[in-house]
Design a protein around this ligand. Structure first.
Ligand code: FES
Length: 176
């Protein structure tokens, strides 16, 4: 597959499954304790989103609307924060989140070949979850590991550098 890649939107079933893990009323008691720490409701947006994501697995469209209403802020503001911070997932995440650097240093050392190899091997586009649900693989801006370029990060778990298309695929396959 070749860039530019597009993301596969979540299905109605995936959205219903995530929303079904916890109603917003279930979340509200803990959210109330978070909001109480801040002088204004809207200032609690990041911790509130963290709790919603931990509870539902990812930030569903309903989560955006409910969070905005709960914090009394515009929906567009919540959407902007989710778009800006890559740690928030707006689609079902795999068991492990893999970030592949696509920024200049890595790109000059073959990052696009690594991305193409991962997309081809798993039959997905960057930003998608693998068919077995094991990984969500996304292209990312500089990971701060330029000395290991081209590189990728399994969030909170491992980092891989000096990648080739083959070693990138092998590294993830060995994480089963
Ligand atoms: S450019 Fe890839 S880690 Fe910095």
């Amino acid at each position: 597959m070749s860039a530019p890649a597009t993301r596969t939107p979540p299905t109605a079933e995936e959205i219903a499954a995530a929303d079904g893990r916890a109603t917003f009323d279930d979340l509200r008691p803990h959210l109330d304790t978070l909001v109480a720490r801040y002088p204004a409701r809207g200032a609690a947006l990041l911790p509130v989103l963290w709790h919603v994501q931990r509870s539902r697995g990812w930030i569903t469209p309903n989560s955006v609307a409910e969070t905005a209403a709960y914090l009394e802020i515009p929906k567009a503001h919540v959407e902007g924060v989710i778009t800006f911070y890559t740690m928030f997932q707006d689609a079902p995440a795999g068991r492990e989140v893999v970030m592949v650097c696509k920024t200049l240093t890595c790109r000059l050392r073959g990052a696009q070949d690594v991305i193409d190899a991962l997309e081809d091997h798993y039959g997905i586009h960057m930003g998608d979850v693998t068919a077995d649900g094991k990984f969500k693989i996304e292209a990312a801006e500089c990971l701060g590991l330029c000395d290991m370029a081209p590189c990728m990060l399994v969030v909170d778990k491992a980092r891989y550098g000096d990648l080739t298309p083959e070693s990138a695929v092998k590294s993830l396959e060995e994480r089963s």
